[in-house]
Design a protein around this ligand. Structure first.
Ligand code: UGA
Length: 442
């Protein structure tokens, strides 16, 4: 099939590349000329395992093209995906200006019958707005070209985006028209085990499915973080409780790991957007609001443990931070807990030595650029030199079984605050570490 994908962020680039990999002709469109030029040279703006080689191969083969010219892309496609950002507006709602700008362009330049797919995470009712916007432009031109707007939320995770796209748990399509549904089914057939994982529904339910999925996952995390905080105070060990409850199939083991709070570009934004959607519809969503509140506080928990141990005045103290990105296998720093933790410590006078396998440039250039008290080191061990303690914030694989003797030699004090409960408590105590975890009393 001939496809265009507008927006070359995580979702757009992965979607376009995976469709190209299956033999479709795909044109990726972005307004950012610099980004498009770089993509043509095989320079990928994000770190995502497996993506770079797939982009390069498909570009070489000609199945994947990059352009800033949406008009040309529209001429050559039958299906166009809108995968541009929906950043958070000031009131927590999703800002639809980029989505609607693309809709406007589609209406302005489309030349033949098309399917328009909303891939961006958008509030319920957006497909109707996109439809209206396109129709308005067509009316201005005085032409009548048939089109349908479909909702196709994306469920991929950063760090395993290719894998998630290629082998999805499900593909959700919200469409009103049987013929359109058949086209979408065909397009996704290589990924859905012969349609077994293809779920069709109406447009609004599809839009709501996306928010519900992210909100329930965020709820699991905040719930578990709350349990962790209670465990610490009543002498229970959340690691044991987690295993105890996960064994119940109805609960399951996944997404119940306590930690430093959830970050990233999706959960924080989508939970707040869902709150706004509910409020606008005249309903006060109490659980959803609590999920957000618990998460905000959870991002400070590790720093609070440090303050409890070292006191409010951290002048003259240095802390090593292992892991800056919001989760492993990505360089994404959006809403990362490391930002909150580092700022809490430096505003009390502490110095930071930080190490992350992929996210240090992002941190330096954007997210922590105004914080002069952060030094970045070449290796995880270098970050420990003369530090008063180490804080493990992101559970990258290379932090899983470090050389503890080397760590002890480099640290001023053998103290570890583990925000992801990575090490065995008994072993750490035996090795002589003062070792703190989330949800375990000390
Ligand atoms: C999330 C969803 O998992 C995807 O299904 C969804 O498609 C995506 O948002 C989106 O809307 O685009 P992502 O933000 O890439 O994906 O990251 P996750 O792997 O879900 O992790 C989110 C955060 O939760 C991380 O900060 C992670 O550390 C935290 N987390 C996760 C926990 O604290 N505990 C857990 O048990 C699991």
């Amino acid at each position: 099939m001939k496809l265009s994908i507008v927006g070359t962020g995580y979702v757009g680039l992965v979607t376009g590349t995976c469709f190209a990999e299956m033999g479709n002709s795909v044109i990726c469109v972005d307004i950012d000329e610099n980004k498009i030029e770089k993509l043509k040279q095989g320079i990928i703006p994000i770190y995502e395992p497996g993506l770079e080689s797939m982009v390069k191969e498909n570009y070489k083969k000609g199945t994947l093209e990059f352009t800033t010219d949406i008009k040309e892309a529209l001429k050559k496609s039958d299906v166009i995906f809108i995968a541009v950002g929906t950043p958070q507006g000031e009131d927590g709602s999703a800002d639809l200006q980029y989505v609607l700008k693309v809709a406007q362009d589609i209406g302005k330049y489309m030349t033949h019958k098309m399917i328009v797919v909303d891939k961006s995470t958008v509030p319920v009712g957006t497909a109707d707005k996109v439809k209206e916007t396109i129709q308005k432009e067509l009316d201005k031109r005085g032409v009548n070209i048939p089109f349908e707007v479909v909702s196709n939320p994306e469920f991929l995770k950063e760090g395993s985006a290719i894998e998630d796209f290629m082998k999805p748990d499900r593909v959700v399509i919200g469409a009103e028209n049987e013929e359109t549904l058949e086209v979408m089914k065909e397009l996704y057939a290589p990924f859905t085990h012969n349609h077994e994982r293809f779920i069709a529904m109406d447009v609004r339910s599809a839009e709501m499915t996306k928010y519900t999925a992210n909100a329930i996952l965020a709820t699991k995390i905040s719930f578990m973080n709350e349990i962790a905080n209670i465990c610490e105070r009543v002498g229970a060990d959340v690691n044991k409780v987690r295993i105890g409850i996960g064994s119940d199939k109805r609960i399951g083991y996944s997404f119940i790991y306590p930690g430093c709070g959830y970050g990233g570009s999706c959960f924080p934004k989508d939970v707040q957007a869902l709150n706004k959607i509910a409020l606008d519809a005249g309903y006060k969503p109490r659980i959803i609001q609590a999920v957000e509140e618990v998460n905000k506080d959870q991002k400070r928990v590790l720093a609070e443990k440090v303050i409890k141990r070292f006191g409010e005045d951290l002048n003259g103290k240095t802390f090593a931070i292992w892991g800056l990105s919001f989760k492993p296998e990505t360089d994404d720093m959006r809403e990362a807990s490391s930002i909150t933790i580092i700022n809490e410590l430096t505003k009390r006078g502490a110095k930071i030595k930080a190490y992350d396998p992929k996210a240090m440039d992002e941190a330096k250039e954007f997210y922590l650029k105004d914080n002069p008290n952060v030094e970045y080191t070449k290796s995880k061990y270098d970050a420990l030199n003369d530090a008063d303690a180490m804080l493990l914030v992101t559970e990258w694989k290379e932090f899983r079984s470090p050389d503890f003797d080397e760590m002890k030699q480099r640290l001023k004090n053998p103290i570890i605050f583990d925000g992801r409960n990575q090490y065995n408590i008994e072993k750490m105590n035996k090795k002589g570490f003062e070792y703190y975890q989330i949800g375990v009393p000390k």
